[in-house]
Design a protein around this ligand. Structure first.
Ligand code: BG6
Ligand code: MG
Length: 214
């Protein structure tokens, strides 16, 4: 199968780099402190979902209600833990597979952009040496509605002036696959809960598989 596209929009966490692991560890530390059950299965539901919406999913298992102020403090606590973990990242956390695939896609003439719900996007790209690589970045600081709403992908496409129908999206989140489809884009699933979620256009075997279909 071949997809004729002009731009490829990449999710960040769990696609370009494995920060999805750090998200899990930071949420797990918070949940443990609060005595709330949390596991990898629940964590899968947080993929692509905004920070506050993620917290609401975790608090579904709490045995009491929390005020808005408490929730904001919890989200801040998690983000501080998460950013401490991110400080361990360096350009060596960018795999050769991802780096080589991105370079080859660019050589083939694709515009390459980021569409991430994360407000830490630019910090992470800086850590892994990709701060200036992409043709455009749309992230959690640009949007009011997070995935499965298509806003972040539509913003990313608009920043490079490409029609949504000419964009392919690479996602590890089911919410991200839904967002891509809602935006009229081609949805390519890579692992996570995106894989075989039933709404994807194609399941990537691995990141480099992009070179077989684009
Ligand atoms: C997404 C992650 O990329 O960003 C979610 O998949 C996360 O798990 C969301 O909740 C928001 O991230 P941040 O860095 O703004 O807390
Ligand atoms: Mg992701």
């Amino acid at each position: 199968m071949k997809f004729e596209k002009k731009a490829v929009i990449f999710d960040l966490d769990g696609v370009i780099c494995f920060t999805d692991r750090y998200h899990y560890l930071a949420w797990k530390a918070l949940a443990d402190r609060l005595g709330i059950y949390f596991d990898e299965k629940i964590n899968n539901r947080l993929r692509g979902v905004s920070r506050m919406a993620s917290l609401e999913i975790i608090l579904e298992r709490a045995d009491r209600e929390y005020s808005e102020e408490e929730k904001i403090a919890f989200a801040t606590e998690k983000n501080d833990l998460y950013r401490d973990l991110l400080k361990n990242m360096s350009p060596s956390d960018l795999t050769d597979e991802v780096k080589d695939t991105l370079n080859e896609l660019r050589r083939r003439g694709y515009l390459l952009t980021i569409g991430s719900s994360s407000k830490n996007t630019k910090f992470i790209l800086e850590r892994i040496g990709l701060r200036d690589f992409f043709d455009a970045i749309a992230d959690g600081t640009d949007i009011t509605n997070s995935k499965p709403d298509p806003e972040v992908f539509l913003k990313s496409a608009a920043k490079v002036g490409v029609d949504p129908a000419d964009c392919a999206v690479v996602e590890d989140a089911k919410a991200g696959i839904q967002a891509a489809k809602a935006g009229g884009m081609t949805a390519l699933a890579l692992h996570g809960d995106a894989e075989n979620c039933g709404e994807e256009d194609y399941n990537l075997v691995d990141f480099a598989d992009l070179l077989n279909i684009l």
